[in-house]
Design a protein around this ligand. Structure first.
Ligand SMILES: [Mg+2]
Length: 160
């Protein structure tokens, strides 16, 4: 079960600061959307806005990689001027890998950020990039299939 252990465990995405990015030499962040950056199917808030500004200042590219629809991703991305891909089919690495190639992101300086072990972290592991697990935002709004996945995740975490 150690296989699923992320490189970093964070409470919130805002713990990824300018200093943190420099220390860990991160140039590209592939991030999940729902429960990672915003409540499921909701807009990003001021925290996202501030964080995106920090990333832009640090010249770090943020790329949303979501299993939700492209419409959902576009609605989220537009106000912040960031790019994002829906229907990524995580934990399969194929689509995200293609986006990595298109964006010329280097595996050594890339990070996968997400709230789910069995989609986000597993996808990052299969891409051989570093991974950061965040505590889910707005857990009480999550659909039933995700609630069930959380139980499996808890089982895995106990066995790290
Ligand atoms: Mg999520």
């Amino acid at each position: 079960m150690k296989y699923f252990k992320p490189d970093f465990e964070l409470q919130h995405f805002s713990e990824i600061t300018a200093t943190w990015l420099q220390q860990n030499n991160i140039r590209t962040i592939f991030s999940d959307l729902d429960s990672t950056l915003a409540v499921h199917d909701q807009h990003g808030d001021e925290d996202v806005e501030k964080w995106v500004e920090i990333l832009k200042k640090e010249n770090v590219q943020l790329v949303i990689a979501s299993n939700n629809s492209q419409e959902r991703v576009d609605r989220f991305c537009k106000p912040f001027g960031i790019i994002g891909f829906g229907k990524c089919n995580k934990p399969s690495p194929h689509r995200v890998n293609q986006h990595m190639k298109d964006l010329q992101a280097q595996p050594e300086t890339s990070l996968f950020l997400g709230d789910q072990l069995l989609t986000d972290i597993w996808c990052g592991k299969r891409l051989s990039i570093r991974t950061a697990l965040v505590h889910p935002i707005g857990q009480e709004h999550e659909p039933i299939q995700i609630v069930l996945k959380r139980k499996i995740e808890a089982w895995i975490k106990k066995r790290w």
